[in-house]
Write a new protein. Structure first.
Length: 134
């Protein structure tokens, strides 16, 4: 199990409409896509910087993971996603090494990727996502 690169950094925001202009007007980035992931109760907007994406996350429900995060911690970095060749295998290997998982098996995420999260209590406070096409 070795990441190929940082796939994206997820940033929780209260409003995509209010946040996107900063990335476009101040940083000069272009939002290239929007997506709603209903089972995660979130709307996303994507930017790309080099090989890494920035994923803005707006909750569609206070009961969703991003809604709960915003309530507890406010806006800011939510997670770091590492690209993995085989997400399921990477999750299994992490678990075998004693890492507590949020997802035991991959699930569908934004942009059609398979995703799985490691529990931040096992990763020194950082929510880590594995993602990939397999």
């Amino acid at each position: 199990m070795k990441p190929t690169h940082i796939e994206h950094i997820g940033i929780a925001v209260k409003s995509l409409d209010e946040s996107i202009p900063f990335y476009e007007k101040i940083l000069g980035l272009k939002c290239y896509g929007f997506e709603e992931v209903r089972d995660q109760k979130v709307k996303t907007a994507f930017f790309i910087v080099g090989q890494t994406k920035i994923e803005l996350l707006e909750s569609t429900s206070q009961e969703g993971p991003i809604g709960k995060f915003l309530e507890k911690k406010g806006q800011g970095i939510h997670h770091i996603a590492f690209a993995m060749e085989h997400v399921g295998q990477a999750l299994k290997e992490a678990e075998e090494k004693g890492v507590k998982l949020i997802d035991n098996t991959p699930r569908k995420g934004a942009e059609g990727l398979n995703i799985g999260f490691l529990h931040p209590k096992a990763t020194h406070g950082v929510l880590i996502e594995f993602c990939g096409k397999k």
